[in-house]
Design a binder for this molecule. Structure first.
Ligand code: DI6
Ligand code: FE
Length: 400
């Protein structure tokens, strides 16, 4: 058998579902051919005298699937450190939003920014994630809130995917906030009548998202958006129950959403609905931390119900100026009570599931894309344990 590359003496966290836990294999090998994984298993099972263009001894280093950040708002104009200072002085997120700050201040900055500025600032942020082994990222719109700017954000996200060695999955989040001086019904019909059809026709969005919250949109409003998404064949996901229990998880489940995200205030009934629908719970410890939340998502209930749990940065200028997936992993484990195995699965296999990409990425299995992160550690716990250490040794995207 002939391979492009073989890595030997590796510790693999395969995340293969038929193996226990995170599918750890010590003294393992991994082989790649034409950008795909063609072998991942114990060295003893490697075909005898395999030939490869390159053979690399990893000396026991840990190899995981490339990390997947399945929820970001990484394309935006400006920054919100002044608002951060107000919040440090006691102002709260919802009152800043109601006073026209918050999301709307980023909308003003995003509309005013050139394509080049939006592109280069997002590329710089994405590089920080890539330096920590991220190989796929989801990027939402939601700071345009009008047809031209929402579509522009999605186009920029798509061009980032063409320019960088990184998988980019895009999401239309037009139902993020009500744009200034706009009638609610008029904006919602702009989303359903124009934005979703155009984003679908121009293949700019892989999914549709909404912010279901008392400061944003009601369940009835989001339901109307989701119905049109469904008519256009687009899967949905939802910012659900972040600041209050608004029945967001159940609404997401009603539409068999890929994921329901945040979930701090989700009830038992909401958890049961997610389990029935097979919707992934995406937990966002960065927003929890930066907003000084106290309400922890119902991790024990999610676990009992068998809801898959993913973690993401939620990178955005308001509630999660976070450019480190490793930090999200540490906060998720420490504050939400996830185990190391759950945390590693949450940024690999379960994050791939949350993007509807599990057949392509998220595990080290034969046939999948060779998106890998190789770490200067031997124990997976070290990826979660350090705060501020980046032990990445090498990152491969499509085998290169
Ligand atoms: N929830 C969040 O955490 C972000 N969006 C959302 O719906 C915050 C976005 C922002 O404050 O700019
Ligand atoms: Fe978000």
């Amino acid at each position: 058998m002939r391979f492009d590359r073989i890595w030997r003496h590796a510790t693999l966290a395969t995340l293969a579902p038929q193996r226990a836990g995170i599918g750890l294999i010590e003294n393992a090998a991994l082989a790649v051919s034409q950008g795909r994984i063609v072998f991942a298993g114990p060295m003893s099972e490697l075909p005898a005298a395999p030939r490869a263009t390159e053979q690399i001894d990893l000396g026991g280093r840990l190899v995981t699937p490339g990390l997947i950040d399945c929820h970001t708002h990484i394309v935006f104009g400006g920054e919100r450190s002044a608002e951060f200072e107000l919040r440090l002085a006691g102002a709260d997120y919802a009152s800043i939003a109601r006073a026209g700050g918050g999301i709307l201040s980023t909308v003003r900055a995003t509309r005013a920014a050139s394509d080049e500025t939006l592109l280069s600032s997002a590329a710089e942020r994405l590089e920080a994630l890539m330096n920590e082994g991220v190989t796929t990222v989801e990027i939402k719109s939601g700071y345009g809130l009008d047809v031209p700017t929402e579509l522009r954000m999605l186009r920029i996200a798509r061009s980032l995917g063409r320019q960088l060695p990184l998988g980019v999955v895009t999401t239309l989040l037009a139902a993020h906030a009500l744009p200034p001086d706009t009638d609610r019904a008029a904006y919602l019909s702009e989303i359903t009548g124009e934005l979703i059809p155009r984003a679908a026709a121009e293949r700019l969005a892989d999914a549709v998202d909404g912010f279901c919250e008392h400061i944003a949109f009601t369940t009835a409003e989001i339901r109307a958006v989701f119905q049109v998404a469904r008519e256009h064949g687009l899967p949905v996901k939802l910012h659900a129950d972040q600041l209050s229990d608004g029945g967001g998880a159940s609404l997401a489940a009603e539409f068999e959403a890929l994921s329901a995200d945040h979930l701090e205030w989700t009830s038992e009934a909401g958890v049961a609905a997610l389990a029935r629908a097979g919707t992934v719970a995406v937990l966002l410890p960065g927003a929890f931390h930066f907003l000084r939340e106290r309400q922890v998502p119902p991790v024990a209930a999610l676990r009992r119900a068998g809801v898959p749990v993913a973690l993401a940065t939620d990178c955005n200028p308001g509630t999660a100026p976070l450019l480190s997936i490793l930090t999200a992993m540490n906060i998720g484990a420490v504050q939400f009570g996830l185990s190391v195995q759950e945390t590693v699965a949450a940024v690999t296999r379960e994050a791939a599931r949350a993007l509807g990409r599990l057949s392509e990425i998220g595990t080290l299995e034969v046939g999948k894309r060779a998106d890998l992160a190789i770490w200067n550690v031997e124990r997976p716990a070290e990826l979660v344990y350090w705060l501020g250490r980046n032990p990445l040794h090498a990152r491969l995207w499509g085998g290169a």
